[in-house]
Write a protein that binds this ligand. Structure first.
Ligand SMILES: [Zn+2]
Length: 505
């Protein structure tokens, strides 16, 4: 397994006689450094760190190490360039999809540089509460397999992801080792086979929890595996809100029903939250439901990817379901701005209001249709003053059929109201929610009026032969004025004679 390429250009390396070990697929940089350390014959791990990173402590940061430029030069890019090493052999690749492109580049720049403190502080990760964890995780089955195959076992990058609690290959829970709680820290290279059996935390979980953890891992793989993806925090927030709406966790005024959501979230992750590294899943108490409330609000700073992954896995059926919704929201925002998204969030209110105003359906039915409790619908209707008193029902009865027939015929609305004993306001609202019927009514109503005025006018003419137009216009209900405004062509073409009548008596 030894690579023949020597790394001799660095003065600290001293001799050309040693070789750099090859890196395993998915092996962390820390783990590779540990293998190198053993192969180099160095007694002091600090010396190894100086050789590889130019500094005696730099090699012992397993999550987001610094000085990768030095490493690239010292090893002649044996593991690839600094960015590739960061993306595939440290946690940077895990953070990438959750960071804007620019922020990710800043992270990489900091990791290539020589100030390790800059990495976490600048990116706002130190406040997220999980990053300080230096826990190592291993799959016990991978460990045995590798030991047989290679003579050593190594740390897998994927197993160190904060959202990974089980091996995707063997479907068993990962064992955890925390050097701090073992009383060790400082310049020590740990490898899985070097941990004493009592040093491991060996978690247990139900089959249900294992399945849920496997889903969480597929989410992580899908997002981390997409090299182009940099999720936008604002669109993510809208994706959460709009999906919460579909799940009936958004009230009519667009506010989040956080406590209901929290209860459901808690029960989904109750067991998972007891596993090492997942306690954040239970931090949902307090007036804003802990971190959960913050995921739906605009807040400053970087949210930890594990929080996003927990919520995504909770709200969406799977990565495909999410990516479709995300792309939709992105397109809506690009086309019509955030207001369009906000409108989608609150459109249940206008629907409910219209349905009840027009008696299109009962409050019960409307609430059911919108997936909200009837009590909440009533509360909202009362708050905006929509009359939801019980009136004689029209919709769905024989009276509605008669109403539609009369409207189709273009009958005067006042007449219909009288004939069917319906409020005129109801007919107006009914037409407003049935636009096709409304346009049919308008066309036929106009035709009806025209026919009536023409008939009236012809009658007046025949009743008063020879009377000049001025006198005719004084006869009640002569129809001339209406026809003059609405039907002038008819007046001119059908009755050219009237223009030649004497203008004055
Ligand atoms: Zn495994």
């Amino acid at each position: 397994m030894m690579n023949e390429m020597p790394a001799h250009q660095n003065n600290l390396l001293g001799s050309d006689s040693w070789v750099l070990p090859g890196a395993q697929n998915d092996q962390t940089l820390y783990s590779w450094s540990a293998v190198y350390h053993k192969a180099s014959g160095n007694v002091d791990a600090g010396t190894t760190s100086r050789q590889l990173f130019g500094q005696s402590d730099a090699a012992f940061t397993p999550d987001l190490p610094s000085r990768l430029d030095f490493l690239q030069t010292a090893t002649r890019a044996h593991l690839g360039d600094a960015e590739t090493v960061a993306r595939t052999r440290t946690l940077a690749g895990f953070y990438r999809p959750f960071f804007p492109e620019e922020k990710y580049q800043k992270l990489i720049t900091a990791m290539r540089g020589e100030r390790p403190g800059a990495i976490k502080a600048e990116l706002g990760l130190s406040r997220s509460g999980i990053v300080s964890s230096q826990t190592f995780r291993v799959c016990p089955e991978c460990m045995e397999e590798e030991f047989k195959r290679l003579g050593y076992a190594y740390w897998h990058t994927e197993h160190q992801w904060p959202s990974c609690a089980l091996c995707g290959r063997h479907h068993v829970l990962l064992w955890c080792f925390d050097p701090n709680s073992a009383g060790n820290s400082g310049r020590i290279f740990y490898q899985p086979k070097g941990i004493v059996p009592s040093g491991w935390i060996r978690p247990a979980a139900s089959a249900e929890a294992l399945q849920s953890l496997m889903k969480l891992l597929s989410w992580s793989r899908q997002l981390v595996g997409d090299n182009e993806l940099h999720l936008d925090e604002e669109i993510l927030r809208w994706a959460y809100l709009l999906r919460a709406k579909q799940r009936s966790w958004i009230a009519f005024d667009g506010t989040l029903r956080l406590h209901k959501l929290k209860d459901s979230f808690d029960s989904a992750y109750r067991e998972i939250a007891t596993l090492p590294g997942f306690s954040i899943a239970a931090e949902t108490d307090g007036p804003n439901s802990g971190f959960l409330g913050g995921m739906f609000r605009k807040v400053v700073g970087q949210r930890h990817p594990l929080k996003h992954l927990l919520l995504l896995n909770f709200l969406f059926d799977g990565p495909e379901d999410f990516q479709k919704a995300y792309a939709d929201h992105l397109a809506v925002k690009a086309d019509a701005g955030v207001t369009a998204l906000l409108k989608t969030l609150t459109d249940s209110r206008s629907k409910l209001e219209a349905w009840i105003r027009t008696q299109a359906m009962s409050v019960n039915k409307a609430a059911q249709e919108l997936g909200v409790p009837t009590g909440q619908a009533i509360k909202y209707l009362d708050s905006v003053g929509v009359n939801r008193e019980k009136r004689p029902r029209i919709v769905g009865t024989e009276r509605e059929a008669r109403l539609r027939k009369l409207l189709t015929e273009g009958v005067e609305r006042g007449k219909i109201a009288e004939e069917l004993s319906i409020r005129p306001g109801f007919i107006k609202d009914y037409l407003a929610t049935h636009p096709e019927l409304a346009s049919e009514w308008a066309t036929n109503h106009l035709a009806k009026l025209r026919a009536r005025y023409r008939e009236q006018f012809l009658k007046v003419l025949s009743d008063n032969p020879g009377l000049p137009i001025k006198a005719i216009r004084r006869i009640p209900a002569n129809g001339f004025q209406w026809l003059y405004i609405n039907d002038l062509e008819w007046l001119r073409s059908v009755l050219p004679a009237i223009w030649s009548r004497p203008r004055d008596s």
